[in-house]
Design a protein around this ligand. Structure first.
Ligand SMILES: Nc1ncnc2c1ncn2[C@@H]1O[C@H](COP(=O)(O)OP(=O)(O)OP(=O)(O)O)[C@@H](O)[C@H]1O
Ligand SMILES: C[C@@](O)(CCO)CC(=O)[O-]
Ligand SMILES: [Mg+2]
Length: 330
């Protein structure tokens, strides 16, 4: 039996545009998905997943063909979960040259689902690590990142960047531009606050929406390029440790994402509550549509303001996690 864990992430800058080759800077946060894998002799796949929603319940299924939950869970959710875990198991079988290997997989995640904190990437990265180790193969974090990207690419219908999976695999703050994935050294302390509306967005659908907009309107394509320019400026601010400039650029980035149609009323309400509390900056994180915003604030004021915002279900601080994927137990 092997237990591996991998962190979720927030985007300082650059989600969506990164899918089209612009740079992005995601940062791993200390909220992890923990995946326990034990090989089975009969070749079957059984997945036991706790906290598929905030309330926490359990879904079990044997392989993709007859996926069914032991409680009343929306079928689409079970199918999506099967998709990610199935593909991760397949990557592990391929890496170990064991096409018939079966697994018992248990997922425990502290990362809300579909909320922009990279739950899918963390589950897939930790799952591939634990399953390959269980089969006696040790992959580098870069190899795990690449295989996890293949999974996201497949499940998101051929529209994914390497950002979430690389960030989750290596930890810390990273820079992604196309196939080029690099850790960023000497990152200043980033006082992240998360606002969570309790909802979720469908990453695949939101990415497809931006693609359509970009194809229809040249100025939407320009907006994507502008996000790239903003990220490059943001990298200079990060290097200089200029938190005020980082905050201003986060505000700007949110405006551009809003223009691309991936924000929502509750995300905007939380962003405005944070801005009015004099936070350094605030933006949605991840695919959008609902879920989380990330705020830069050294004081407690943004958290207080968010806790009084009707659209906000939960708010918490998020520390940068310098650890990527790791073995927790074997
Ligand atoms: N604890 C879990 N157990 C099983 N599957 C999970 C779990 N957490 C996430 N997943 C899978 O990941 C999917 C959510 O991924 P999605 O990419 O839509 O959102 P996200 O990764 O949380 O946010 P984003 O990609 O915007 O950062 C779920 O539908 C499910 O298939
Ligand atoms: C929206 C997106 O840029 C980030 C989702 O967390 C999609 C991706 O990079 O694959
Ligand atoms: Mg995801």
């Amino acid at each position: 039996m092997v237990v591996s864990s991998a962190p979720g992430k927030v985007y300082l800058f650059g989600e969506h545009a990164v899918v089209y080759g612009e740079p992005a800077v995601p940062c791993a946060i200390e909220r992890r998905a923990r995946v326990t894998v034990e090989e089975r002799d009969d070749g079957a796949l059984r997945v036991h997943s706790t906290d598929l929603t905030l309330d926490g319940f359990t879904v079990e299924y044997d392989g993709a063909a007859d996926a069914s939950a032991d409680v009343d869970v929306p079928e689409a959710l079970v199918e999506a979960a099967v998709g990610y875990v199935d593909a991760a198991a397949e990557q592990a079988r391929d890496a170990a040259g064991r096409p018939d290997a079966g697994f018992d997989i248990t997922i425990e995640s502290e990362i809300p689902l579909g909320a922009g904190l990279g739950s899918s990437a963390a589950v897939v990265v930790a799952g591939i690590d634990a399953a390959t180790r269980e089969l006696g193969v040790e992959l580098s974090s870069r190899e795990i990142a690449e295989r996890a990207y293949e999974v996201e690419y497949e499940v998101q219908d051929g529209q994914a960047s390497r950002a979430d999976t690389f960030c989750s695999a290596v930890g810390g703050a990273v820079r992604i531009e196309g196939e080029d994935c690099q850790p960023i050294q000497d990152v200043p302390t980033l006082p992240f606050v998360i606002g969570y509306d309790g909802g979720a967005g469908d990453t695949g659908e939101l990415v497809a929406g931006v693609r359509r907009l970009k194809e229809e309107y040249p100025f939407a394509a320009d907006t994507v390029e502008t996000i790239g320019d903003l990220v490059r400026q943001g990298e200079r601010a990060l290097e200089a440790g200029d938190l005020e400039e980082l905050g201003r650029l986060m505000d700007f980035n949110h405006g551009l994402l809003e223009a691309l149609g991936v924000s929502s009323r509750s995300l905007d309400e939380m962003v405005w509550a944070a801005r009015e509390s004099d936070a350094l900056g605030a933006k949605l994180t991840g695919a959008g549509g609902g879920g989380c915003i990330v705020v830069l604030d050294e004081t407690e004021e943004a958290r207080t303001a968010l806790s009084y915002t009707p659209g906000c279900a939960e708010t918490f601080r998020a520390e940068l996690d310098t650890d990527g994927v790791r073995v927790d137990q074997r």
